[in-house]
Design a binder for this molecule. Structure first.
Ligand code: SF4
Ligand code: SF4
Length: 494
């Protein structure tokens, strides 16, 4: 029924589960929160005059830093590569262990868990919360107010920490202490805090069930050997209420106590089989294990197992890691990681692009020679100022002149781009253009570091067609230039 989509969902009151998965979740919550809050404080030395914050998305300057990785806006394809790596890694892990990401590491799970802990702290466990919600008294008002205030504080901290990935973390905290927060930081903090408050405080399991696309296609990554949280139907059924001292030989081990249901943060009954809402958090295992312990039965009526094992009359309890599916995922993962790392390690630190002046396409000078104008854009992605020399290699007779510059070298500051205009003039008698009035000129661009050019007092004299190396040999300067690029540009005549 279409109207079923609009049926109000019952509010859940997850009960505290006690056991190894609850303990594991507590430890992981602390670990992930620690990583989230402390990562912006990690340092990575990139040289002088550049942030040493290891993880930083510097929006005003258009840079993203992750330790040795530095991504410019023009290199946004690296972000696509990182997203592909994360997606394939998720598929790989899911094919092995089911939805462990959802159960233990997802932001929604971790923050919802923390918010439920706060709720439990101020309002008590499941039964107390149900009773409290039925009443309208001062005690309820006081407990609810404290719960919401704590949620708001956690949400604001979450929003503020989020901002520390986008700005200098020490400056940010200093500004917080002196109450000198910029309106941008304040806006983002409040925005993220609002989302956290809504998603972890109210939406909770609805995010996993209705909003997260991953829940919808997770089963495509499962096979009979994937570890999922399952109820052992063969052992548990027929279920029935338990009476003290009852014999279990003629009935199933499930005593229908519903403990596995009341602890479930998504409110499902795992005994109904694998469901889209199950986030594999393991809390129903804890609940059922403690019941089994109390009634003297072996633990594991609900457990992590493969459907192959569960359907086998004589289960071998073997978990097969290497299957065709996991092998494929691993191969794809290794390939994409290797390609991305290779590309990052070999990426150009200096980019060039030349575009021709369109109007006029060429100018005929009084002596008959032809002049073309060009724009050269040099992007210096290093952390040092660079000087570049530009020469014509071919044809030998061509002359190069940089606009408003009497030298043949230009400076491009560290981490910036510079566009300048230059002219190439070729005497008419040596122009050999093809029938479309186009020919080619080969130019050479060399860079040298700023320190060397200062040493030489900027009196660099480059002779056309003489490689820069030849001139530097005499001066005994090693590592003279960082790049030596030859670029072919189109020359247009009449
Ligand atoms: S069914 Fe069990 S594993 Fe799945 S979400 Fe509920 S408590 Fe967690
Ligand atoms: S906790 Fe165990 S015994 Fe109780 S209802 Fe769930 S499966 Fe059955």
């Amino acid at each position: 029924m279409f109207s079923d989509y609009f049926i109000a969902k019952k509010k859940l009151y997850p009960q505290l589960a006690k056991g190894r998965f609850r303990k594991l979740k507590n430890k992981l919550n602390i670990l992930f929160l620690g990583i989230y809050c402390l990562s912006p404080f990690l340092r990575f030395n990139r040289g002088e005059n550049i942030s040493n914050q290891a993880i930083l998305i510097d929006i005003p300057n258009g840079r993203a830093y992750f330790f040795f990785i530095e991504i410019w806006p023009s290199e946004v394809y690296y972000l696509a590569a990182i997203l592909i790596i994360l997606a394939v890694a998720l598929f790989f892990i899911t094919s092995l262990f089911g939805r462990v990401w959802c159960g233990y590491a997802c932001f929604q799970t971790v923050w919802s868990d923390i918010f439920i802990m706060v709720e439990r702290f101020f309002q008590g466990d499941r039964n107390s919360r149900i009773i409290l919600d039925r009443k309208n008294n001062l005690n309820k008002f006081y407990r609810k107010t404290l719960t919401h205030l704590t949620w708001i504080i956690i949400s604001l901290l979450t929003g503020f920490v989020f901002c520390s990935y986008f700005s200098d973390v020490f400056l940010l905290y200093k500004n917080l202490v002196s109450l000198n927060i910029s309106s941008t930081i304040l806006g983002w903090t409040i925005g993220i805090a609002g989302m956290t408050y809504l998603m972890a405080g109210f939406a909770r399991e609805h995010v996993c069930t209705f909003m997260c696309p991953y829940a919808r296609f997770q089963s495509a990554m499962f096979d009979d050997n994937t570890l999922v949280i399952s109820y052992d139907e063969k052992r548990g059924e027929p279920r029935a209420k338990y009476h003290q001292g009852e014999d279990f030989t003629k009935r199933g081990h499930c005593i229908d106590c519903k403990q596995c249901v009341v602890v479930c943060p998504t409110g499902i009954d795992i005994r109904n089989g694998l469901q889209m809402e199950c986030i594999n958090c393991g809390l129903c295992i804890d609940a059922c294990d403690s019941i089994m312990e109390k009634i003297g039965l072996p633990k594991g009526l609900i457990r992590y197992d493969t459907s192959l094992n569960l359907s086998d009359p004589k289960p071998k309890n073997k978990f097969k890691i290497w299957r065709l599916r996991t092998f494929y995922y691993l191969i794809i993962l290794i390939s994409v990681c290797s390609l991305t790392l290779y590309s990052l390690a070999n990426k150009a630190k200096i980019d060039f692009s030349v575009s021709q002046e369109r109007n006029p396409l060429f100018v005929k000078l009084s002596d008959g020679s032809i002049r073309n104008g060009y724009y050269l854009k040099i992007t210096n992605k290093t952390h040092y100022d660079k000087y570049f020399t530009i020469n014509i290699v071919e044809p030998y007779e061509a002359l190069l002149k940089i606009q408003n510059n009497n030298e043949n070298f230009v400076k491009v500051n560290a981490e910036s781009s510079f566009i300048f205009k230059f002219f190439v003039t070729i005497p008419s008698q040596i122009i050999s253009l093809n029938k479309e009035n186009r020919g080619f000129v080969i130019m050479e661009i060399n860079s040298k570091n700023s320190e060397l050019i200062t040493q030489e007092n900027s009196q660099l004299q480059i002779t056309k067609n003489e490689p820069l190396d030849n001139q530097t040999k005499d001066r005994n300067i090693s590592e003279y230039h960082d790049i030596n690029e030859k670029i072919s540009i189109i020359f247009i005549g009449d």
